[in-house]
Each structure stands twice: as structure tokens, then as C-alpha cells.
Design a protein around this ligand. Structure first.
Ligand code: ADP
Ligand code: MG
Length: 369
């Protein structure tokens, strides 16, 4: 079955500053109604990518299509206002001298009655109908943010571009506004590119996440896949704390205190790192020294001593010192459980949650050019 034409289709975007490619061969395809999160640390090229999509930055290479129409290419550069894109940035500026209604209606053309109906509809959906005649300074930060969202969506843009739209809001407000924004974006059915440096935000909002590093997309997929099948150690570490257990490959296996791990494709002598998130360790009480039996699922138990235990509300964070080499491992466990320092435990690694990578960054992650 042919896949439907993407709403937004950007191919091979490159942007160089002073000879350095800050965006390096980025391609993005998004369907109508889909929310696509560009996620990555500060400086990795997210905003530059978004600015190229918006038409306020000209790519050095690459093409951009909206509903199949080329808006950027070697011989085309449609200005921002001709692209049917809505923009919302962190420092969304409302017009201070205009009422809420005029702000939301600013980009609308057509008969007044239609404009008024659209403004009314949007304000109702962001629960601000009673503020229709207010001025921006009379609104809270969260309310201003919702007006900005309504304003950007009013002309029914085909594509909505959002750059860290929630980072100016205080933490308590954010979750509610994120969910409300998500609901409205889904109702409008626009294609959304949202830039964020927060993995939790990307997982909460995104249907798709593209993880960026040094100007490139290093991994792309559904939140579940990025979290559970990271392409490398850094990708794993971007989403949570991680534990790293080192080993050396012998005959396709890495021997560790937790048993042998399959390391297919790695030649003998390769240094590898086994990466596992703290919530995927299993703990077993150290009943009079009797170790639990090794299983295929959990491997071989290794003895560890509680060195620190922190209560975090929903869960507890427990740090162990391992008997076999003195290394530290972290476990996250339900918070009903808060062991005392120096208690011994058997630790097991849930095998299917372990990721094996070559030490010092995997070969083949970044295509060599
Ligand atoms: P992010 O949004 O991921 O934090 P940006 O896209 O803003 O990253 O920036 C990526 C890199 O490009 C940074 O190193 C930044 O300093 C550089 N950069 C962005 N815009 C310009 C510019 N106009 N001139 C020179 N360098 C720039
Ligand atoms: Mg940015």
C-alpha cells in the first residue's frame, strides 16, 4: 500500500556557519495530525532546523515540501508567510497593545463574522473565552501561552513549528498546558514539529522522536523505541541515568560477574559496555548467603552492598557497591522499599533490558563520510 503523501517532507537539510555544518543532512517526514519532536542537547542544531522549515533561515542544501509543493529547494524559496506554517517560540510575543481577540485574529483574513467565529472557537478550546477583551498584561504566563497557541493555530496552518514552547513556564503549570496543547493540536490535525531538550517532554508529546546530536539525527522512532532500543550509550543516557558494566568479548560472548552476555558481531578482544537503566536491575534479599539460581532471563546474581538509599516519592534510588570489583550500580525500586545502608543484596540484570555497545562509542553510528 502506498504511504500517504507526507504533510511535511524535508530532505537532506544542511546549514553551515563559518564552514561548520550545524545541521548536517537532516531529513524529516511528517503526516497530518502527527507530532514530531526534535530532541537533543543545547547547540545540536534543533532551532536552526526549525528555522529552515519556517523559511527564516535558508538551507545550504536540501529541499522542503509541504503537501507535495516545494517551498525550499535549489531554485525555490517561498517566504514564511507563503508556507502555511504556524510558529510558536519560547519567547512568544503577544502584541501588548491588542486585546486577546485581536491577537488571536491577527493572521486571519476573510469576512469579520468568520474571523470572530474562529477566534471564539479557539478561545473556548483553550478555556479563555472570558478573557476575550483582556490585554496580555492582564493574563498569567500560562494564559498568555495559550493565547499564543490559539493565535498560531487560527489560520489553520498545515504545519505547526514550535521551539521549546513550554520552557518559559514554571514547572507546576507545564504539565497541564502540555496536555491541553497536545489535545488542541490533535483536534486541529496539523503536522507539528516541536523542538525540545527535555526527553520527558518529547515522550509525552511526540508520536515520533528524532534524537539529534552534532547536527545529525542519530535515532528516530516512536518514544517506546528510543527508550527501549537506544542506538548507543549516549542515546540511552539521554533518557535516564544508566549503569555501565564493562567486559571483553571472547568467542562472541562477554563474560561478566552477571554471567555471559551475547555480543554477536564483535571480534575477540573488543571492549564492550553493557548498558542497563536503574529500573531494570532486580534485587533479591541476601538470605544467609544463599544466592538465587541463575536464570536465562536474569543471568547470574552478583553481590552488592547498599551504600546510599534515597526516597523520591514514587520510587527509591538505591546505590550499591559491588563485591566483585567495588564498582557502583544504581537501582530504582518502588518507594515502599527503602533498604538501610550496608545491607547486602543479590543484584540481577534483566537480560532483555541490557544493551551491548562497543566501548568508546560504537563504530557505524555516525556514517563516515
Ligand atoms: P539548538 O537549538 O539545538 O540549541 P541551534 O540550532 O540554535 O541549536 O544552534 C546550533 C549551532 O549553530 C550552535 O553551535 C550555534 O552557536 C550555531 N549557530 C546558530 N545560528 C548561528 C548563526 N546565525 N551564526 C553562527 N552560528 C550559529
Ligand atoms: Mg534552540
Amino acid at each position: 500500500m502506498p504511504s500517504p503523501q507526507p504533510r511535511l517532507d524535508a530532505q537532506g537539510l544542511v546549514r553551515r556557519f563559518g564552514g561548520r555544518a550545524v545541521v548536517d543532512d537532516v531529513s524529516i517526514r511528517i503526516a497530518a495530525g502527527e507530532i514530531f519532536c526534535l530532541l537533543g542537547p543545547s547547540g545540536c542544531g534543533k532551532s536552526t532546523t526549525l528555522r529552515m522549515l519556517a523559511g527564516v533561515e535558508t538551507p545550504d542544501e536540501g529541499t522542503i515540501r509541504v503537501d507535495g509543493d516545494e517551498v525550499e529547494g535549489p531554485n525555490v524559496s517561498v517566504p514564511p508567510e507563503g508556507r502555511s506554517v504556524g510558529l510558536m517560540f519560547q519567547d512568544f510575543a503577544l502584541f501588548p497593545h491588542m486585546s486577546v481577540a485581536d491577537n488571536v485574529g491577527f493572521g486571519l483574513s476573510g469576512p469579520r463574522s468568520e474571523k470572530r467565529a474562529r477566534v471564539g472557537e479557539l478561545l473556548e478550546r483553550v478555556h479563555l473565552s472570558r478573557h476575550i477583551d483582556s490585554y496580555p498584561h492582564e493574563l498569567s504566563g500560562g494564559e498568555q501561552q495559550r493565547v499564543a497557541l490559539a493565535r498560531a493555530l487560527a489560520p489553520r496552518p498545515l504545519v505547526m513549528l514550535m521551539d521549546e514552547p513550554f520552557s518559559g513556564l514554571d514547572n507546576r503549570l507545564r504539565d497541564g498546558i502540555r496536555d491541553e496543547t497536545l489535545g488542541l493540536l490533535k483536534e486541529e490535525g496539523t503536522a507539528v514539529v516541536m523542538v525540545t531538550h527535555e526527553p520527558e517532554e518529547a515522550m509525552r508529546m511526540g508520536d515520533q522522536i528524532a534524537l539529534m546530536r552534532d547536527g545529525r539525527i542519530v535515532q528516530q522512532g516512536a518514544p517506546y523505541n528510543l527508550y527501549n532500543s537506544p542506538v548507543d550509550k549516549a542515546a540511552a543516557a539521554f533518557f535516564s541515568d544508566i549503569n555501565v558494566i564493562r567486559g571483553t568479548v571472547r568467542g562472541g560472548l562477554t563474560q561478566t560477574a552477571f554471567g555471559d552476555f551475547l555480543a554477536p558481531g564483535y571480534s575477540d578482544g573488543t571492549e564492550v559496555e553493557i548498558v542497563i537503566r536503574p529500573q531494570h536491575l532486580k534485587l533479591d534479599f541476601h538470605r544467609s548467603g544463599l544466592a538465587p539460581l541463575p536464570t536465562a532471563e536474569n543471568g547470574v546474581p552478583a553481590l552488592g552492598w547498599v551504600r546510599r538509599a534515597r526516597y523520591l516519592g514514587r520510587e527509591s534510588l538505591v546505590e550499591f557497591e559491588m563485591e566483585f570489583d567495588g564498582s557502583r550500580l544504581q537501582a530504582v525500586v518502588p518507594s515502599v522499599f527503602l533498604p538501610r545502608p550496608n545491607t547486602p543484596f543479590w543484584l540481577l540484570l534483566r537480560r532483555e533490558r541490557c544493551h551491548v555497545f562497543a566501548a568508546d562509542g560504537p563504530a557505524g553510528l555516525r556514517p563516515t563520510t
